[in-house]
Design a protein around this ligand. Structure first.
Ligand code: NAI
Ligand code: MG
Length: 498
């Protein structure tokens, strides 16, 4: 246990006691190997809880349970019953908001207030939204014309069916919310799931698993198996009886997942990295744009796949914007996530701390400079300063690679015609921002930018109704909205000769 502080958890304390076990077939069980691992509080660097470490054998057990559930009770519920259970999951998330927010704050480092206002609220809303789809999934009727059967008449229709057993592998940046994004659509379409949370942040997914049972979800429909990527994650991605794998995380591991899926050609959806451009034109509301640029990179310690990490600013506003974003960076209260006045927490892990500080060093070596921040913060835990970089060049790593920390590179532009090319000069294509008062310019650019989400005069708007996902190497398929249902459904054509 972390040393109790003045801000010890009021709601999550009980859940942190004892070894947290895997949820398989409706039961909390030890790993087959008996192995456990420790999850760390990144705000202190100390052990937060001990968790059973799932491996290949546990994944296999969970897949078998999910298969039984898919063929059993779950498939006999009608869509309305299914929807009501999913809706109750949303209710229970809302009722346990403080506990879930504390778990994510302690496990990930993010401010509890942010976890409660964003992660937990969005997770509940996602289930409420997805619950409604359960009763609205439908095929269509079709009149086939068959040239080689002149005069023949048919009645034909399509059925939308669940794919079966789904494996879901999620990251640590929004632990509860990523579980919700994955589970909501899989359940509303009638699939069953084996979920592997990130090894850095397994706690809220385990608690969510308990709440799902409380909501009336039949046993085995959702199984939660914490463990490491190379073992539990890889076993899930290559399992021959998993029909579909959904992954959120690094582009590098996304490619491994796609490869592992070839064994049985399971369906694959991927939500991967980004290096999203945020563009401020000469005719923008500069104050709003400055606030939006700062929020676009510093929200959630910058550990957001769609973070606006490349800031393109019209030359005439460059100094003012850099000054404004730097002032915002310097004004952010960085601290322990459970402290009420904390605005930015630590990074999630030693590994992520090393990666981000590595990029800060690399930026210096490449010749760019930090006008705000630029260093780690000398205290226990994995804290870095909100950082604004100038003087970087389009070829620098700090402009091309995903840093996944509170680090923004600001670049001036003068040639508006060349902007779309610059914005699209990336292997990634997840999100973008455009700040201008000229609606024609805004919509034209929105069309030309290769990204799954384009914000105009705003940034970081996530909503259950809006599809989210990537062009290019930012992924395959979309999360959320009606669109995500396609990730979890097969289509069958049924043809009747009349
Ligand atoms: P990662 O991609 O290694 O981890 C994400 C998930 O994949 C975790 O659950 C992990 O256990 C699992 N995983 C790892 N290796 C696996 C394998 N071989 N087979 C199956 N599952 C595997 O991400 P990591 O190492 O935590 O962070 C590295 C970088 O990835 C970050 O710096 C960031 O740039 C990016 N990232 C992007 C995220 C996004 O939301 N798109 C989220 C997290 C990280
Ligand atoms: Mg990794």
């Amino acid at each position: 246990m972390a040393t109790p502080t003045a801000t010890s958890p009021q709601h999550a304390g009980a859940f942190l006691q004892g070894t947290k076990r895997l949820l398989i077939d409706g039961e909390l069980v030890d790993a087959a190997s008996g192995a456990t691992f420790e999850t760390i509080d990144p705000g202190t660097g100390e052990v937060l809880a001990t968790v059973a470490e799932g491996g290949a054998e546990d994944i296999d057990r969970a897949v078998k349970a999910a298969r039984r559930a898919f063929e059993g009770e779950w498939s006999t519920l009608n869509p309305s019953e299914r929807g009501r259970i999913i809706h109750r999951i949303g209710d229970l998330i809302a009722e346990n908001a403080e506990e879930l927010a504390e778990l994510d704050s302690l496990d990930n480092g993010k401010p509890k207030a942010v976890a409660q206002a964003a992660d937990v609220a969005l997770a509940a809303d996602l289930f409420w939204y997805m619950a409604g789809w359960a009763t609205k999934i439908k095929g269509g009727t079709v009149t086939p014309s068959v040239p080689y059967l002149p005069g023949a008449e048919f009645h034909a229709y399509t059925l939308r069916e669940p794919i079966g057993v789904v494996g879901q592998i999620i990251p640590w940046n929004f632990p509860l919310l990523m579980a919700a994004w994955k589970l909501g659509p899989a359940l509303t379409t009638g699939n069953t799931v084996v979920l592997k949370p990130a090894e850095q942040t397994p706690l809220s997914a385990l608690r969510l698993g308990e709440l799902m049972l409380e909501a009336g979800l039949p046993k085995g429909v959702v199984n939660v198996v914490p463990g490491f990527g190379e073992t539990a994650g890889a076993a899930l991605a290559e399992h021959p009886d998993v029909n579909k794998i959904a992954f959120t995380g690094s582009t590098e591991v996304g490619k491994l997942i796609a490869r592992a899926a070839t064994g049985n050609l399971k369906r694959v959806s991927l939500e991967l990295g980004g290096k999203s451009p945020n563009i401020i034109f000469d005719d923008a509301d500069v104050d709003a744009a400055i606030a939006g640029a700062a929020q676009g990179i510093f929200f959630n310690q910058g550990e957001v796949c769609s973070a606006g990490s490349r800031l393109y600013v019209a030359e005439e506003h460059f100094d003012q914007v850099v000054e404004g974003v730097s002032a915002a960076a310097k004004g952010i209260k960085v601290g322990y996530g459970m402290d009420a006045d904390t605005e930015m927490g630590p990074l999630v892990s030693q590994e992520q701390f090393d990666r981000v500080t590595g990029y800060l060093k690399k930026g210096q070596e490449e010749g760019s400079s930090a006008v705000a921040g630029g260093n780690n913060i000398d205290r226990p835990g994995y804290y870095v300063e909100p950082t604004v970089i100038t003087g970087a060049d389009a070829n620098h790593a700090i402009v091309r690679e995903e840093v996944f920390g509170p680090v923004i590179a600001a670049l001036p532009f003068s040639d508006v015609e060349d902007l779309a090319r610059q914005a699209n000069d990336s292997h990634y294509g997840l999100a973008a921002g455009v700040w201008t008062r000229d609606i024609s310019k805004a919509h034209k650019l929105a069309k030309r930018i290769q990204a799954g989400t384009v914000h105009i005069n705003t940034y970081h708007v996530f909503s259950a109704e809006l599809p989210f996902g990537g062009y290019k190497q930012s992924g395959w398929g979309r999360e959320m909205g009606e669109e995500v249902l396609n990730n979890y459904l097969e289509t069958k054509s049924v043809i009747v000769g009349l």
